[in-house]
Design a protein around this ligand. Structure first.
Ligand SMILES: *Cc1c(COP(=O)(O)O)cnc(C)c1O
Length: 495
């Protein structure tokens, strides 16, 4: 499988090079040139354990690595890191299946991919014969930053810098990042929202490429955001895991389509579902669930993407995003037209909006359903599911749960539904406590304890004693200062 820029057919790369670079040099994202011939013998994957599935799927999507090489990388990435060997277990909640993606080292679904990315990155560096140190730049709405630092912490040949919106993440997320240890990590908050941080990072990539700002410095940039294809590929695996579990438990027959409901921000997680479908898995509808920042709901309903709208801070902050980067990959894969994508993205940059051709809109309609849920609905869903089923959801999962119920009501012919659960409720304890009818109080750390006392659901180990850990990162900068901040830190290596 060859990769290319979503904006230029002539800009091609091997999968190893695409991982190493993070982003194509023209501002586009690396995407498989086509997924038409990607189908696997998907039925043969279902009896495998999760790591076995990962080996097959990842070596198909990232053919720079042989199956034997991938097997070693997968083992190194996941051994002993997750609560269960299954990595991503499923739980039955009422008539739905919840796919728990948060059983990793930082209690967010991003651990699945960010455990894998560092080993892929170092292997890609070797494959491409690169001796430069790799400086990972990451914008985070809260979860990516922590999971990425945990993954890259003390990985030789790499350094990582994380930018998060000042005041825009939960106190638990903030504490997780500010207390991060490791010799090669740096965390900085930016006075702006997630889009400002993400745009800032994209601009740094463009400026460094254009003006060769790091030439001869022994450092090169890469990304741990889902703009990196090495982030996306590992997420395809759990779609297969959930499907296999449904077959093995007898809830579906082999070949029955299953609908997946995905709480969506940057469109990476749900795009992995599209990849799973193209690899042959019987994926029915992909249901895109948004919070009050429902730009994707509007886009999938109307075909018009328009970011000229208010930005809301919600109780599901990891989805507070107005520019969903991975949508660009979907537009490219569906249209097979890099020129069209370049035009749309140019329009997005200049006017904040674009509109897709009718043929593309039709394709979107057949693949996706979209819905949104505000903070009130989110809390209502958490309270109801706890009362009815004794299952405790985090705020992002609750958005998906609510949209799943909307979807089932709107589409009576739906298949069995898998709801992707993307974070532990203990990452957002105040909102979850409130949803259970309790006063959340002022202190999120006390709220974590109270949530555990109230529900008896055990707090993940990595979130205990967060408050006692020493704060190691305190920098706050303006979005306009990001480039100079990075260049100073990069230069620091030479001193
Ligand atoms: C990142 C994140 C999401 C959104 O995932 P995307 O791949 O960006 O769409 C949803 N929920 C949680 C908890 C997250 O951390």
């Amino acid at each position: 499988m060859i990769y290319q820029s979503t904006r230029n057919n002539d800009l091609k790369a091997s999968s190893a090079q695409a991982i190493l670079d993070g982003m194509a040099g023209d501002g586009g994202l690396y995407s498989p040139a086509s997924l038409d011939d990607a189908a696997l013998d998907w039925k043969a994957l279902l009896p495998l354990d999760t790591q076995g599935m990962a080996v097959k799927i990842l070596s198909a999507l990232l053919p720079s690595f042989s199956e034997a090489e991938m097997a070693a990388l997968v083992r190194r990435a996941y051994a002993g890191k997750f609560e269960t060997d299954e990595l991503t277990p499923t739980v039955t909640v009422g008539e739905d299946t919840v796919l728990e993606l948060f059983r990793g080292p930082t209690s967010a679904f991003k651990d699945v991919a960010l455990s894998m990315l560092p080993v892929l990155m170092t292997a890609a560096r070797e494959k491409c014969g690169v001796s430069d140190e790799i400086l990972i730049l990451t914008a985070t709405s809260g979860d990516t930053g922590k999971a990425a630092m945990e993954g890259f912490r003390n990985v030789p040949g790499t350094r990582i810098m994380v930018f998060y919106p000042y005041g825009g993440v939960s106190p638990v997320q903030q504490a997780q990042m500010a207390t991060q240890d490791g010799d090669n990590v740096c965390v900085c908050s930016v006075r702006g929202n997630f889009d400002d941080a993400q745009t800032g990072v994209k601009r740094i990539f463009a400026a460094v490429a254009r003006e060769k700002l790091l030439a001869g410095k022994g450092v090169r940039l890469s990304s741990a955001n889902s703009i990196n294809i090495g982030r996306l590929a590992p997420q395809v695996v759990y779609y297969f895991r959930a499907y296999a579990n449904l077959v093995q438990s007898g809830r579906i027959a082999l070949g029955d389509p299953v609908d997946y409901v995905v709480p969506t921000g940057n469109f990476g997680d749900i795009l992995a579902g599209y990849f799973a479908r193209e690899l042959g898995l019987p994926v029915g509808r992909l249901v895109c669930a948004s919070n009050a920042n429902n730009i994707l709901t509007d886009f999938l309903t109307t075909g018009v993407y328009d970011r000229n709208r208010p930005f809301y801070r919600t109780v599901s902050p990891s989805m507070d995003i107005l520019v969903s980067s991975n949508l660009e990959r979907l537009l490219f894969l569906l249209s097979k037209d890099a020129q069209l994508v370049a035009r749309l993205m140019d329009s997005l940059g200049k006017t904040g909006a674009y509109s897709v051709p009718a043929s593309l809109k039709k394709q979107l309609d057949s693949l996706f359903y979209a819905g949104s849920c505000d903070d009130e609905g989110t809390k209502r869903a958490i309270g109801q599911v706890w009362q009815q089923y004794g299952y405790l959801m985090d705020t992002h999962t609750a958005v998906a749960y609510d949209v799943a119920q909307q979807y089932k009501a709107a589409c009576p012919g739906h298949g069995p539904v898998v709801i992707l659960s993307t974070a532990s409720p203990y990452k957002f304890p105040a909102a979850v406590l409130e949803a259970l009818g309790e006063d959340p109080g002022e202190d999120e750390f006390k709220a974590m304890e109270r949530l555990q006392d109230r529900t008896g659901v055990p707090m993940p180990k990595n979130l205990r004693n967060l408050r006692e850990r020493p704060v190691r990162h305190r920098d706050v900068i303006e979005p306009g200062e990001m480039l100079s901040y990075v260049l100073e830190k990069a230069a620091g290596k030479e001193r």
